[in-house]
Design a protein around this ligand. Structure first.
Ligand code: FRU
Length: 468
């Protein structure tokens, strides 16, 4: 049974919301963000028939998580995006409480969406269906319905299918919670995307020596990279440590050997994928030239998100920039995709004592910084300290003004910082680490360098590049 249409309400929300969002001084000028309402996870990220497609979790009706559609953008170059028709709305019984996260595949030339139909019951419990949808000529999608019910042995928290093809077979990883409330990643296989066979648990609590690995693992993504396999996922309920896992939920990665025959993944330790204040639910796609590209949600659920000031302007959250992944020396390296260099305008160089450095306009800025010890102040709203211990990023809590800190430990040889109006992405040592964070400065926002040590700067202002 199809549920009553929300199209009129969505259209009204967009008509009313778009001018308000664009007029907000914090609205990003070169990162994808929702035209109104709340955006969270990237979904269905794929290079297909000459274009990148990026779908996203979207509540166009309100700045909360109560209603979830799939919005859709596409791009030729990962820099200039255009709006596509909205792909999925929760209008069937099997997805009535949200078209939750998932992925897209090229099924013999058909751009097929694999997503979770989320269903909540009055008693507070829920179930989940893994579902398919296929495109129509006009860019809309037709749902093909559920292909996998809730597997036995798990609570209703089973979601976020990431599907790929290998040697003519389809594979799917799912984030899950078992009946003992422990987080897991499940593997399934299929010959046709419609009939799925379980292959068991490949990661999570109690697997490969992982103890206390949280109560739910969301948004898994498993792929081959530079001679190894990498599993990215978001474990909820990890214990906070002194210098890592400090956000409500982290995004993590682990590398190892994935054996298709045995359906087993032997992996090493869990690592945090991004050490900043906002980063969650990333997803990767394979580019035309074989690069593995990642985009994350520059937000985190259940923390201070609902206190972000952009909600007063009817929108909230943005994506990270697309990042190219590399695996080298046992580490996962992330660098902004080279296509982003198109945004650079005039280049400047400067060298000298930090406190004499020019004050930079942070509205749209890329700067490279070499310094052994320096404080970088972003419009009084965010502060970065570089010293022998590594990096400390500080900002005030939106709740009570308390100073919150995030850390990256290690020797800092080089920083590359990308700024949009209300975000910074700090790439450490050409990709060894990243810290992504939102901040809400008074505009025009300025970056100041403080301290008596010598620093070297190279910087560009960036072009604005709004979704068309
Ligand atoms: C991650 C997540 C996913 C879910 C989606 C719902 O942020 O909780 O697990 O599919 O968001 O919007």
């Amino acid at each position: 049974m199809t549920l009553p249409s929300r199209w009129p309400a969505v259209l009204q929300a967009v008509m009313k919301g778009l001018p308000r969002a664009l007029a907000d001084r914090h609205y990003p000028q070169w990162h994808p963000a929702p035209v109104t309402g709340l955006m969270n996870d990237p979904n269905g990220f794929i290079w297909f028939a000459g274009r990148y497609h990026l779908f996203y979790q979207w509540n166009p009706l309100n700045c909360d998580h109560r209603y979830k559609c799939w919005g859709h953008w596409s791009s030729e170059d990962l820099v200039r995006w255009q709006h596509e028709p909205m792909a999925l709305m929760p209008d069937e019984e099997y997805d009535r409480n949200g078209c939750y996260s998932g992925s897209a595949v090229d099924n013999n030339g058909v751009l097929t969406l694999c997503y979770t139909g989320n269903v909540k019951f009055d008693d507070g419990s829920r179930t989940a269906w893994q579902c398919l949808a296929e495109p129509n000529e006009d860019g809309s999608f037709t749902k093909r319905g559920p292909v996998l019910p809730l597997p036995e042995g798990y609570t209703g928290h089973v979601r976020d299918p990431k599907v790929w093809q290998h040697d003519g077979q389809w594979y799917m990883v799912l984030g899950a919670q078992d009946l003992e409330k422990r987080g897991k990643v499940l593997l399934f296989t299929s010959a046709d995307l419609h009939n799925w066979q379980p292959c068991g648990e490949i990661a999570g609590h109690g697997i490969n020596g992982l103890a206390d690995a949280g109560y739910m693992w969301e948004c898994p993504d498993l792929f081959a990279l530079d001679g190894t396999h990498v599993l990215i996922c978001c474990p909820q309920g990890l214990t906070r440590e002194s210098h890592r896992y400090l956000n409500t939920y982290p995004a993590t990665w682990m590398s190892g050997a994935f054996d298709y025959e045995r359906a087993a993944f032997e992996h090493g330790d869990l690592h945090e994928l991004d050490a900043g204040f906002e980063f969650y639910a990333p997803q990767t796609a394979l580019a035309a030239d074989g690069r593995r590209v990642l985009i994350g949600w520059m937000g985190v659920p259940d923390g201070e998100e609902m206190l972000q000031p952009t909600r007063a302007h009817g929108w909230i959250h943005q994506m990270t920039c697309p990042r190219e992944l590399r695996y080298q020396d046992g580490k996962l390296w992330q660098t902004p995709v080279r296509e982003l260099e198109q945004l650079r305008e005039d280049e400047h160089h400067w060298q000298g004592v930090a406190s004499n450095a020019p004050v930079l306009d942070a509205t749209r800025l890329e700067f490279w910084l070499t310094a052994s010890c320096v404080d970088v102040d972003f419009a009084g709203a965010l502060r970065l300290r570089v010293d022998d211990n590594g990096l400390r990023l500080e900002r005030a809590s939106l709740q009570n003004g308390e100073i919150l800190t995030r850390y990256w430990r290690g020797e800092v040889r080089h920083l590359r910082v990308l700024c949009d109006r209300s975000s910074v992405e700090i790439f450490i040592n050409h990709g060894e680490g990243v810290m992504s964070s939102r901040y809400f400065p008074d505009h025009p926002a300025q970056v100041r360098f403080e301290g008596a040590s010598d620093i070297t700067l190279r910087y560009w202002s960036l072009r604005s590049c709004m979704i068309e």
